[in-house]
Design a protein around this ligand. Structure first.
Ligand SMILES: [Zn+2]
Ligand SMILES: [Zn+2]
Length: 148
């Protein structure tokens, strides 16, 4: 799905639910759905500002809620004290690495890990539904900066 297609889907969602299609909502959707990053509400506010758009915090949160309900975005909690949001577009199941110094997020997926979670669930008498893994650490860039 490309960016126009997800934007079209969000407009369709708003229309189907009799919600106003405002320029602010579309701008927020475009930022979240058009990004490959895991954005915080603050990141989104900054990006809106950079684009010369104005939207209050309440509008940002309400729009994020709509994006999640429409299935176009998901919420991530990496235990940082705030949530991050990412587009579900072209993102099959994946796990995350989080740099505790700069907040950089890296995605990965690993077949062995997937099999492992299945085996762990089974050996405990569970049928696996879903899992989430966040590996916290220090990224290469920050390690290099620290050593100078
Ligand atoms: Zn870092
Ligand atoms: Zn991700």
């Amino acid at each position: 799905m490309d960016r126009d297609e997800v934007s079209r889907q969000f407009r369709a969602y708003l229309r189907d639910h009799n919600l106003p299609i405002t320029a602010q909502r579309l701008a927020i959707a475009d930022i979240v759905l058009g990004s490959d990053n895991h954005l915080s509400a603050e990141d989104i506010m900054l990006e809106l500002g950079a684009r010369g758009a104005v939207a209050g915090t309440a509008t940002v949160y309400r729009t994020l809620e709509l994006l999640i309900r429409s299935g176009l975005a998901v919420e991530r909690d990496f235990g940082e004290g705030f949530k991050r949001f990412e587009s579900t577009r072209d993102t099959p199941h994946h796990e995350h690495l989080l740099c505790t110094l700069c907040g950089k997020v890296t995605e990965f997926s690993d077949e062995r890990l997937e099999r492992m979670t299945m085996l762990i669930a089974e050996s405990n008498g569970y049928s696996r539904l879903r899992h989430r893994l966040v590996i916290a650490g220090v990224c290469e860039g920050c390690r290099n900066r620290e050593s100078v």
